[in-house]
Design a protein around this ligand. Sequence first.
Ligand code: KG4
Ligand code: ZN
Length: 338
Amino acid sequence: MKQQIILGIETSCDETAVAIVRNGNEILSNVVASQIESHKRFGGVVPEIASRHHVEQLTIVLEEAMQQADVTFKDIDAIAVTEGPGLVGALLIGVNAAKAIAFAHSIPLVGVHHIAGHIYANRFISEFQFPLLSLVVSGGHTELVLMKEHGSFEVIGETRDDAAGEAYDKVARTLNLPYPGGPHIDRLAHEGQPTLDLPRAWLEPDSYDFSFSGLKSAVINTLHNAKQRGVEIKPEDLAASFQESVVEVLVTKTKKATQEFKVKQVLLAGGVAANKGLRAKLEETFRSETDVNLVIPPLSLCTDNAAMIAAAGSIAFAKGKTSALGLNANPGLPLTSF
Ligand code: KG4
Ligand code: ZN
């Protein structure tokens, strides 16, 4: 069988990323230029700065990815690019670059949903076993996605307010920790004890939705009250208590959904998948479930990268789902099946 080579491009937020992937599950190169240092001093991603960095970095990252994979444009079967969701200015840089390459070299173009990409990062670790459930936890999304076959996505639960990563970043900011705060809270949590009583938002009994804004407010109130009473709260204990609340809700709802939908596999996806507490709790919960196969990708595939976009694009392309050269960036793109 002829091998399939996909070029992936991802610029939806603050990573400029290009990757070359063979047959949908083999990484030939995966280059990521992070902008975190440029955004840190502002305490979050500044959209205008992100776009400018993407313009500066994209051709350099593209060249490096193609060199590392030892391919030329003649070898590329399709170009997969994140078309949304994300920051519109940032997305546009990747989409326009992809369109330019597609037009200049007559290569098919495939627009990819960012979350489909995060889910497909798991395919570098394991072949998918359907039906499967993916817990997607990133800076912008918290979703439980049911897949009955390749390219089919059913969102059975999502956050009603803040995403899990957003809650981590906001809590980190109240503790004066640098951006992005998730890894810092994760580190502190392992040095403290969950001694503080923080809420868990279970919502309606049959709901797979999430809500983290109440928890975030509870953390802020707890700190504020302690300060007024002159009581000292150890940041490590606050981080441990916050993390326990987030992880308990995420894992409990994931477990319940695996039972209801009788899934064979659970995939973890998105930047918060790097969280040590979440990884440990998922492993502990599913280790005894011999009929559920838990897949947790390495950290480099959990945070934004282009290999995951190429992996999702590979399946879409194989199904004949290509995009016209009029493809536009869509910051509010819904996750639909392909
Ligand atoms: O998926 P991602 O790289 O970008 C988006 O698509 O949003 O996720 C970034 C998010 C940030 O909110 C960051 O704080 C969080 O992932 N994150 C973590 C950890 N590492 C990254 N959150 C908790 N614990 C971590 N170890
Ligand atoms: Zn992401």
